[in-house]
Design a protein around this ligand. Structure first.
Ligand code: ADP
Ligand code: MG
Length: 273
């Protein structure tokens, strides 16, 4: 007989319990090859509303390809993926859609992406980069889009550089603008592909800090491909470890990073720590 009195009380050091909503990303048996190179060899991945997933794995294991397939930046060779119930890139009859429809589907399903190389528009200022999706995809007026862009730039600590062009910003600043731009469409899920791996070491923390802030705020679902194990331990509700195009291990950071069960994971953790 376990009375309520025996349930351990939360101490102040415990994180608040997080509760998750329904499945936001449902990938079944994803397969993708480039020529004879079978890059994704049957990936199953389910991510629930509000969950923060760290995607780990050696270089070449297929992390970027997986994120790109979820977002239909690459077509699939097999399996299926739904984002908020939508098969991005495909019509109701399963036909592949043209790119302008795909862009709208991404927005409607609520998926945003942050790239390793930032992918900002070089000829546009920080404010214009963030305002671009609001103007082009959502049809906002120039004034409304600029005002919203300024709010988002403030959120990533870039309000003071709103008028700067990418080439006049540090890599860390460019990536923070990249995050603000991905947030502009108010996504349900953010896919981040090694967001700090193109940065000089001293610029990594400012970008991880922004992502950590988003994770703490809650509500936003994220899949973050990263080599930063300490960061993964701090932000991830779940760690998914990929090797050779399959998910070889997943669980809490404590399980996967702290006590890996599979040799490939052990080797990776040893090399990264
Ligand atoms: P990761 O992000 O884990 O480093 P990737 O998904 O980038 O892995 O790459 C997985 C494999 O797919 C690698 O062997 C890579 O060379 C190959 N690959 C990725 N993108 C392409 C492409 N556009 N064309 C041909 N091969 C590719
Ligand atoms: Mg990659």
């Amino acid at each position: 007989d376990v009375g309520l009195g025996e349930v351990p009380a939360l101490t102040r050091a415990d994180p608040p319990p997080r509760s998750f909503g329904e499945a936001l990303i449902e990938a079944f048996d994803l397969r993708k090859s480039y020529g004879d190179n079978e890059v994704l060899r049957g990936i199953d991945l389910h991510v629930r509303q509000g969950e923060v997933v760290a995607l780990l794995g050696p270089s070449g294991s297929g992390k970027s390809t997986l994120l790109r397939c979820i977002n239909h930046l690459e077509g699939l060779d097999g399996g299926s993926v739904l984002v908020a119930g939508t098969a991005i890139g495909y019509g109701e009859r399963g036909d592949e859609l043209v790119e302008r429809h795909v862009a709208r589907q991404r927005v409607e399903a609520g998926v945003g992406m942050v790239f390793q190389q930032f992918n900002l528009f070089h000829h546009l200022t920080a404010r214009e980069n963030v305002a671009a999706p609001l103007r082009w995809v959502h049809g906002w007026s120039r004034e409304d889009a600029a005002a919203r862009a300024d709010e988002l730039l403030a959120q990533v600590g870039m309000a003071h550089r709103a008028d700067a062009l990418p080439r006049h910003m540090s890599g860390g600043q460019q990536q923070r603008v990249g995050i603000a731009r991905a947030l502009a469409s108010n996504p349900k899920v953010l896919l981040l592909d090694e967001p700090t791996s193109a940065l000089d070491p001293e610029l990594v923390a400012e970008v991880l800090g922004v992502i950590q802030g988003l994770a703490r705020q809650g509500g936003l679902t994220m899949i973050i491909a990263t080599h930063q194990l300490r960061f993964a331990r701090e932000v991830a509700d779940r760690v998914v470890f990929m090797a050779g195009g399959v998910v070889v291990e997943q669980g809490t950071a404590q399980q996967v990073i702290g006590d890996p069960q599979v040799e490939a994971t052990r080797r990776f953790v040893r090399a990264m720590d």
